[in-house]
Ligand binder design. Structure first.
Ligand code: APR
Length: 237
């Protein structure tokens, strides 16, 4: 059985990382157009660096929760049964990896990586960035940026994501509002291909009406139970 799981900020909420559109969320407190676009980085690089340095520190100070751990268990459990999990996350934190997930597709990039706009080199990066940061590959200063996808930029790995989605036997969305495309369009693509769909979320998302099944509640409670049920019903094929 091939399962495609899409995660959003809601799966990391109980680890203490804020979401974007819930009350008090990041985009209620900061203007994404001034902090999460290539134009913002060109105009006010230090302001953008300060915003992402704060978020990077936040990720370093949090730990994965039971929902992340359950997806790591699902990956191993499906593999043991001859199946496969394709875990696609919109999140830029590394909590899935720290929970033990071995294959994670970050379609919006990774906060704990930095990329040089001069030579394109991308490296793991846990420290602060500033306009004085020199690229470890080409030495240029002023060009290092968080290796995340900003508004107006093209999400990553879209071909691999489309292939995995079309080959899935089940599509599950966890902790995402369904507000941002192309991720918000995955459920419609799955429905169009006759693939069963399931939403696991705190509350119905913007795309809730497209899901055939749903489980609502905090991810740390809803996801482990959902994974247990899935692994119980799927004995292997
Ligand atoms: N458990 C489960 N779901 C939760 C929890 C929780 N504890 N807390 C919040 N949620 C749900 C909310 O109900 C909401 O549907 O998580 C979702 C968070 O939605 P958003 O804040 O919009 O985050 P996300 O869907 O990941 O945003 C998508 O938008 O700004 C871009 O790049 C950013 O990747 C992000 C994308």
């Amino acid at each position: 059985m091939n399962v495609f799981v899409l995660t959003g900020a809601g799966i990391s909420a109980e680890s203490g990382l804020g979401t974007f559109r819930d009350p008090g969320g990041l985009w209620h407190r900061f203007d994404p157009m001034r902090l999460a676009t290539p134009e913002a980085f060109a105009d006010e690089p230090e302001e953008v660096h300060a915003f992402y340095n704060l978020r990077r520190q936040g990720v370093r100070e949090t730990v994965p929760n039971a929902a992340h751990a359950a997806l790591a268990r699902l990956e191993a459990g499906l593999q043991a049964r001859g199946g496969r999990l394709f875990l696609c996350t919109q999140n830029v934190d590394d909590l899935h990896e720290r929970a033990g997930s071995r294959a994670v597709t970050h379609m919006h990039g990774e906060l704990l990586r930095a990329r040089c706009t001069a030579c394109g080199e991308s490296r793991p990066w846990a420290d602060d960035l500033s306009v004085d940061t020199a690229c470890p590959a080409c030495g240029r200063r002023g060009g290092m940026r968080p290796d995340v996808v900003w508004f107006g930029e093209v999400p990553l790995h879209l071909d691999a994501i489309a292939r995995a989605l079309d080959a899935a036997d089940l599509f599950v969305a966890i902790g995402t509002s369904g507000a941002v495309f192309p991720a918000a369009g995955f459920v419609a693509r799955a429905r169009g291909a006759g693939i069963p769909t399931h939403e696991v979320n705190l509350a119905p998302s913007d795309t809730a009406g497209l899901f055939e099944a749903a489980t609502y509640g905090p991810a740390t409670r809803a996801v482990p139970g959902f994974v247990d049920d899935l692994l119980t019903t799927f004995s292997g094929s």
